[in-house]
Write a protein of this length. Structure first.
Length: 157
């Protein structure tokens, strides 16, 4: 609850100051419908009795807080799935990104250039005057689902 209160308070301040925020998380939220049509298996994982872990519902509360501040949130960026994907929910753009582990982790010997195992890095360039965020990528990306810009002059839809 402390984390949720902090997030709400911080976004309230950003919104009241007329500012914009980028939010980064490790794993996205349960129940999102991604452009690829693929579920985020990490957000959908269940306990041995078939019920969701308690943090799934806390994540829903956090997602609600973010979406209640949609006019101030440029985007929410996450990873863990190691694939490019996106969705827009509640007026907020959500993006996942591919792998960026060039020298560690399982399978490091099998990272192959021009495949989805190739390391990748993003640079986010914000142009406040144009009200746009540009995402520059070095390394592999999935051209079907890679989002290279967000227009934050109006709510996402």
């Amino acid at each position: 609850m402390e984390q949720q209160n902090w997030l709400k308070s911080t976004l309230d301040t950003i919104q009241s100051n007329g500012e914009k925020a980028l939010i980064f998380t490790h794993i996205m939220f349960h129940g999102q419908v991604w452009q690829s049509g693929q579920p985020n298996d990490f957000a959908e994982i269940k306990q041995s009795d078939g019920s969701f872990y308690p943090n799934v519902f806390e994540g829903g509360n956090i997602k609600d807080i973010i979406e209640n501040h949609a006019s101030s949130v440029i985007g929410v960026f996450g990873g863990h799935t190691h694939r490019d994907d996106s969705c827009v929910e509640g007026g907020v753009t959500y993006l996942t990104t591919t792998c960026a582990l060039p020298d560690r982790g399982d399978g490091q010997e099998a990272r192959t250039i021009n495949t989805n195992t190739e390391p990748a890095f993003d640079i986010l360039q914000i142009k406040p005057g144009a009200k746009k965020l540009f995402r520059h990528r070095v390394g592999w990306s999935d051209p079907s689902y890679f989002v290279d810009q967000i227009d934050f002059s109006k709510p996402a839809n």
